[in-house]
Design a protein around this ligand. Structure first.
Ligand SMILES: C[S@@+](CC[C@H](N)C(=O)[O-])C[C@H]1O[C@@H](n2cnc3c(N)ncnc32)[C@H](O)[C@@H]1O
Length: 339
């Protein structure tokens, strides 16, 4: 089945007209197709629907003229070296959350984190000093404080994101932001009582090093929330890889402009470009994560299977009969304890 899908996706990519506009629309449409399927409760005939949708997108692209102007963009390959991959990653995200409004930034983030915590029985952050490792915009640092942490320190590689986080800080006496790398955390050993690393380490050059650093700066016996990409060999990632292929030479700002013209909200744009443009995005099987956690010094590893409506594990929890090919083993959210 998977080979079949991969072949269809491959054919689709090679049939898209070779211009920036077509490639961008094709990538966005493909990703939307996946979202529609999700809303549609994953019909059994999804493979046929995929074929039909790819054909519709192709026909639409061929029939359409590029009539909308998106401004002047420099279309060039990204030839940055690996040394600034982390900075590059930071900038990809900064371009996304600087468009968030306060509902997205504060209310929705707090609501979804609260739900994930409650459904999985996570309350170990209450009244604790928390490290938000790879805090980005600081939205979860704010949410962690709102939900009951004593203090939160957010650290991120991107000075722009740290500055953005500071500007949106509602708790300047209890929440602090620092620029630094999660692979070389600028804190002493045993500095924090709870760790939180949400969707960060799979974007770095060395996930295991990041886990070891977390273990170093957390007090012994303290807990940590960890989220890594999972779902190896899944339909989701096959589509994402296909979109990335289409967008290889298209600047992120151009893609954002197209989505804005199409009326996408900042949250929806974030959800797409989170996958389309970030340089490194590793995906893990549970067994690989367990192995790394063991080496890094974490014990009492609890996989968190519940979440908000759109979290893969929640979808799989509600529909246990779902074909594994959709999401593989699901997302990798864990509550872990420092040895
Ligand atoms: C997907 S975002 C997640 C941000 C935040 N945790 C959230 O869930 O909203 C990934 C973040 O990791 C940061 N990042 C990537 N590599 C990093 C590194 N080596 N050190 C610190 N932060 C890094 C990026 O700048 C970005 O803010």
């Amino acid at each position: 089945m998977r080979d079949n899908v991969l072949k269809k996706l491959e054919q689709f990519v090679s049939s898209v007209p070779d211009n920036e506009y077509s490639k961008t629309i094709a990538a966005i449409s493909l990703f939307d197709f996946m979202d529609i399927m999700r809303d549609d409760d994953y019909p059994i005939d999804w493979l046929d629907r995929l074929t039909g949708s790819l054909k519709n997108i192709q026909d639409g692209l061929l029939a359409q003229e590029q009539t909308i102007l998106f401004g002047d963009f420099e279309f060039s390959c990204n030839d940055d070296t690996s040394e600034d991959i982390a900075q590059q990653t930071g900038e990809v995200y900064f371009k996304l959350w600087r468009r968030f409004d306060s509902v997205e930034y504060f209310d929705k983030t707090t609501e979804s984190l609260n739900r994930r915590f409650q459904l999985n029985g996570v309350d170990q952050f209450q009244n604790k000093s928390v490290l938000d490792a790879g805090c980005g915009s600081g939205r979860y640092s704010q949410a962690l404080k709102t939900l009951g942490s004593a203090t939160v320190t957010g650290v991120d590689i991107s000075p722009n994101s740290v500055e953005f986080a500071e500007r949106h800080n509602r708790y300047s006496d209890a929440v602090k932001y620092v620029t630094g790398s999660v692979l070389d955390l600028p804190f002493d050993d045993d500095s924090f009582e709870f760790g939180f690393s949400n969707g960060v380490l799979h974007h770095t050059t060395d996930t295991l090093k990041g886990l070891s650093e977390l273990s170093r700066v957390l007090q012994k016996g303290s807990h940590c929330w960890l989220y890594l990409y999972g779902g190896v060999d899944s339909f989701f990632w096959d589509i994402v890889d296909c979109c990335r292929k289409l967008l290889t030479d298209i600047p992120e700002e151009f893609c954002i402009s197209v989505m804005q013209v199409l009326g996408y909200t900042p949250g929806r744009i974030f959800h797409r470009n989170d996958f389309f443009y970030v340089p490194i995005h590793r995906r893990y099987r549970e067994i690989d994560v367990l192995e790394m956690l063991n080496v890094a010094g974490f014990v009492d590893i609890k996989r968190l299977h519940r979440g908000v409506q759109y979290d893969w594990d929640e979808i799989m929890h509600q529909k246990p009969t779902l074909d594994r090919y959709w999401f593989g083993e699901g997302e990798m959210r864990f509550l872990i304890k420092n040895k």
